[in-house]
Ligand binder design. Structure first.
Ligand code: NAD
Length: 415
């Protein structure tokens, strides 16, 4: 079956919110499409001598509230449609959380698991060269996403420096030893757990203590979400990576699993649990489901088999529009990506601020500010959803869109 377009999904969510905001047509047309999209060819001489050619993208969606901001993804499914959707989500996410930033995203259609470290470095340097004229510390600031990490950002920073001079604030998510911020690596998973904690306080039919949680994706976001949820005494019953998952209804021993991603071990190499496929994981009996891998995994094909009472979108775009309609009809609670995974860009913003100030914040300051912004944003979304009798996603989009629309008006773009 054909995959639903990620861009069309985001546009659908945008229009639902725009409708409730009564946003004029001219404003909608101005906000919905990206400012700029670039496609580049990324040649890579592999260690075995052959030449591979990859497609790379940078989509800059909106910068009316501040510089474009968004991660770079290395994944076989990272095509222009995906990157375009992700760039747009960044615009609504930065606005929702009140950061003075816009939205962008980048990607290279490749499978990083097939590449050696030196090949990944070469690929990153070539891609950086090709987009170096459109990124910049006051213009467009990349960060990590699926398939990239702090090491990738270090290479990007170094390559950019060769052309423009030392500019650490051109990229966030860097290693601590290279102008990174304390708390950034774990920020997205940490933020996910904080939003879950808030929401479970609110919707008291599922308290976080003892809640059974299934997490799809055990990379940066899934691993730290699991770790913080474990500290909150939730019971993580399932985790997975691209190859499949593991399940134990009595809870997984996370302390024995946290090294797996670092050691590039698959979770199914862990013996003491049942094996499940990624599809089965989504349908497990649990209280909370946390998709934390790729987009478009909950669709009209499987939505009616989801058993979790609440779904927290740590991944970007894991639920398609048709999947969402079914889930909402069934009374499931959906907490949207632009709220749940916003911890990443919030701490990226702190890193950018620290780099500009040439001053380092303590971890306690980073975490206190992260929690303050997330709790405030959560409450704002929750209140608006109740007031307008709409979903948390539509409410979150409404808050974000309204702020970008205001900036658009104030700058005089529609005059
Ligand atoms: P990652 O590369 O660190 O980890 C991705 C995980 O997903 C790995 O366990 C990988 O094996 C698994 N995976 C890959 N393809 C899969 C597939 N087809 N089916 C199931 N699992 C698959 O990436 P990440 O940084 O953890 O990002 C995960 C999600 O979180 C993405 O949707 C990303 O956009 C979103 N996100 C990340 C950040 C961040 O700061 N890294 C911020 C906001 C949102």
């Amino acid at each position: 079956m054909k995959r639903e377009s990620a861009t069309e999904n985001v546009k659908h969510f945008f229009h639902k919110a725009a409708e409730l905001l009564d946003l004029p047509d001219d404003m909608r047309r101005t906000l919905i499409n990206p400012y700029r999209e670039i496609t580049v060819e990324v040649p890579l001489r592999r260690n075995d001598g052959r030449l591979d050619l990859y497609n790379g993208y940078r989509v800059q969606h909106n910068n009316f509230r501040g510089p474009f901001k968004g991660g770079i993804r290395y994944h076989p499914t990272a095509d222009l449609d995906d990157v375009r959707a992700l760039a747009s989500l960044m615009t609504w996410k930065t606005a929702l959380t009140g950061l003075p930033l816009g939205g962008a995203k980048g990607g290279v259609t490749c499978d990083p698991r097939e590449l050696e470290t030196n090949e990944l470095e070469k690929l990153t340097r070539v891609f950086t060269d090709k987009i170096s004229l459109v990124i910049g510390p006051r213009h467009d600031i990349p960060a990590p996403d699926m398939g990239t990490d702090s090491q990738t950002m270090a290479w990007l920073m170094d390559e950019y420096a060769k052309i423009h001079g030392h500019t650490p604030e051109v990229v966030t998510g860097k290693p601590i030893g290279l102008n990174g911020s304390f708390g950034r690596t774990e920020a997205t998973g940490h933020g996910t757990a904080l939003v879950i904690e808030q929401a479970t306080n609110d919707f008291d039919q599922i308290p976080v203590t003892g809640a059974k949680v299934a997490i799809q994706g055990f990379g940066n976001v899934g691993l730290y979400a699991a770790t913080f949820l474990d500290q909150m005494k939730a019971q993580v019953v399932a985790v997975s990576d691209y190859a499949g998952g593991i399940y134990n209804p009595k809870g997984l021993p996370l302390d024995q699993l946290t090294d797996f991603p670092v050691q590039r071990r698959l979770v199914q190499e862990f013996d003491d649990a049942d094996q499940v496929t990624n599809e089965e994981l989504l349908e497990l009996e649990c209280d909370i489901l946390v998709p934390a891998a790729i987009g478009g995994v909950i669709t009209e094909q499987n939505a009616d088999r989801i058993q979790a009472a609440a779904i927290f979108e740590a991944a970007n775009g894991p639920i398609t529009r048709s999947g969402e309609d079914i889930l909402l009809d069934k009374g499931k609670l959906i907490f949207p990506d632009i709220l749940v995974n916003a911890g990443g860009v919030i701490v990226s913003y702190f890193e950018w601020v620290q780099n500009i100030q040439e001053f380092t914040w303590e971890l306690s300051q980073v975490n206190a500010e992260l929690k303050r912004i997330l709790v405030k944003t959560y409450q704002q979304v929750r209140q608006l959803a109740e007031e307008k009798k709409t979903s948390m996603r539509t409410a979150a989009f409404m808050v974000g869109i309204e702020k970008v629309a205001e900036a658009t008006q104030l700058r005089g773009y529609l005059n």
